[in-house]
Write a protein that binds this ligand. Sequence first.
Ligand code: SF4
Ligand code: SF4
Length: 533
Amino acid sequence: MCLARFSHIGGAHVQHQKLTAESSIVKMDIPGKVVIPMIQHVGVPCGPLVKKGDEVKVGQVIGDTGNYVSAPVHSSVSGVVTRVGPAMHPGGGREESVEIETDGLQAIHEDVAPPEFEGKDGLFRIVRASGLVGLGGAGFPTHVKLNAPKDKNIDALIINGAECEPYITSDYRSMIENPSNIIEGINIVKTVLGIKHAYIGIEDNKPGAVKAMSSAAEKEDGVNVVVLSSIYPQGAEKTLIYSCTGRRVPPGKLPMDVGALVLNVNTVAMIATYAKTGMPLVNKVVTISGGAVMNPMNVEVPIGTLLKDVFEFCGGFKCSAQKVLMGGPMTGIAQHSLDVPIIKNTNAVLAFDGKEAVVHKETACIRCGRCARSCPMHLMPMHIDLAALKADAERLEAFRVIACFECGVCAYVCPARRRIVQAARLGKSILRETWAKEKGQAQAKEKGPAQAKEKGPAQAKEKGSAQGKEKGQAQAKEKGSAQGKEKGQAQAKEKGPAQVQAQVQVQVQAKGLEQESQVEGLQDRKGGGKNGQ
Ligand code: SF4
Ligand code: SF4
């Protein structure tokens, strides 16, 4: 059944620029080498399980960690490991990666086989084993998302097919070309987790996807296609939940708090693929587009393929690329090199020509209020902008900068071209730093009296015994002298150096304790400061 539902407040009508909407997904040739980072998800990075010289096959686990909030990394090619170490990462910086020289054979690893699973725990286990993370761009490990706490009653599965960001069409093509796989994935999640209703949210500017998904879902019980108004950021999690169900996720809360679970269309499709074949997440459908690209298209790429190889597959550049983005133009990350790899959550790579990459001059805010009217989180972006520039943590907290999910709408509509998203990012880091500082100070304050209380009796005990020892020695000395001069002198002669030594030791010990306690006091203060930094 096809439903038309609620429309969210705010957002902006952006230019769609879906240049690749009619481009069927093409499988890329296997490149000469791939560089597979050990961190491709939100959570704890994996550690490499292979070393230089090892032979690997497609689907083999090459990185993992014992941590729950993480997802294993698999080889997307067969070949030989040529290097394990830091390499350029699309998120910026260098991350531990495995470089593999491919042999072109694409031999599949022996462990790749359809998994057996039963119940919720079985589903969480196989989803983790598949290395699946949110494929819409978030990159959060899917098994963690599926495993909601027992007290949360999830009754709505929302499938994100909105793909509201300009240029990107990888989800759209998947819905057109393989809708049955998406439905299979929905049915697995729905049945195993006991979720009654599933809503597939698709914007009304994608009639082809609406048609394909509606006909695939026709005979399914409790699976509905929801046609959404095409406005950016319709695909943002909280916006989509409201648009599909009318439920509002309160600030600071999660979708599970309103009984919703949101998964991207390609994420559910991957659950179905893994359940059928056992082939983990090794390839990714990516939109390669932008004015500088010779042949914009949707390409299925082995994870770890370098951008330069993907662009070459698309015919290279027709003019000088002024800006290369990993992701869409609203939320993507600018790249400074083409030697970075495609990772699990890459959904687009855009190369802009001179016209698309224009950076406008920033001018003063004219208080027009457009940014506030457009913000889907009902924030006051102009105040966040100012507070961030002044590093005013109090105002940043008051204007709820933490609720900003960096959609970029405010900056898009701003006539003064204010860099509001950058300001919001800066504001969040200022606020987090302030909170950490306050927490550190509070902990140091709490720790202080408790430590003193603990240390007090121990120090008193030691001091007491040292004093007793000293007193005893002094008494012995006095007693010694009172017992006959000769004996005393003889004893004094014999015992003298030993007693002096003991006394010195006692004094040193006592002083040591004192110094130790001072050092600890300093460490406490230093520790408090450090935490607070
Ligand atoms: S303030 Fe944040 S959430 Fe609001 S429009 Fe700007 S970027 Fe989007
Ligand atoms: S849209 Fe720009 S100019 Fe208008 S109030 Fe917001 S920051 Fe100021």
